[in-house]
Design a protein around this ligand. Structure first.
Ligand code: GRF
Length: 200
């Protein structure tokens, strides 16, 4: 798991692992931010928690290559980005092609990038939500695995909308990982089909 902050999605995934919903183990949680609360959550779960300082590397590429080396040592099957606030270099994406997931707090392809709850409110859309997708070389452009939809209320603020979206994130991210681990994801170009999807 790669994180940069509070790690509420990480926590949802930890809970899903501990309850047995996701038949996997979290080999390592890496943060590019030293005091990210997610590292605490990892330690409480007895997972390896590692801070990697980007300042120790001369470029994004160098940093990402070091991450690739580190992750390979842990023999991981899947990289999950959960609030990881760095764009991955093409070298990183190639190293784990088809094995990197991200969660985004909007219904892609609408509102990629940052501050997307504000953008959804500003645009006046009536529904928003979240998207779990595979990561390719673009920003929030990879094949979509699952989406959760929430209504936008007339008195919503960024805070109230973010909370509503986050509740969905915490449901669909573990579901997507579960389906990956159980080899129920079938990727056909941009389309990702899920065999035997379980209703929540
Ligand atoms: C979430 O809104 C996620 O969709 C976005 O970053 C935020 C991370 O939150 N990519 P948390 O650190 O998991 O609480």
């Amino acid at each position: 798991m790669l994180i940069s902050g509070r790690g509420s999605n990480l926590q949802a995934i930890i809970n899903a692992v501990e309850s047995g919903q996701v038949p996997a183990s979290i080999r390592v949680v890496i943060s590019n931010v030293e005091d990210a609360y997610g590292l605490e959550r990892a330690r409480k779960h007895q997972a390896e928690a590692v801070f990697c300082n980007p300042k120790n590397y001369s470029s994004r590429r160098e940093f990402d290559l070091a991450l690739v080396d580190l992750l390979k040592k842990y023999e991981i099957d899947l990289v999950c980005l959960a609030g990881y606030m760095r764009i991955l270099s093409p070298e990183f994406v190639q190293a784990f092609k088809g094995r990197i997931m991200n969660i985004h707090p909007a219904l892609l392809p609408s509102f990629p990038g940052l501050d997307v709850q504000q953008k959804a409110l500003d645009h006046g859309v009536k529904f928003s939500g979240c998207t779990v997708h595979f990561v390719d070389e673009g920003v929030d452009t990879g094949p979509i695995i699952l989406q959760g939809v929430v209504p936008i209320e007339e008195d919503d603020t960024v805070e109230t909308l973010s909370i509503r979206i986050l509740r969905e994130e915490h449901k669909i991210y573990p579901m997507a990982i579960q389906a990956f681990v159980e080899e129920r994801l079938i990727v056909e170009g941009r389309r990702v089909k899920i065999r035997d999807i379980v209703d929540l």
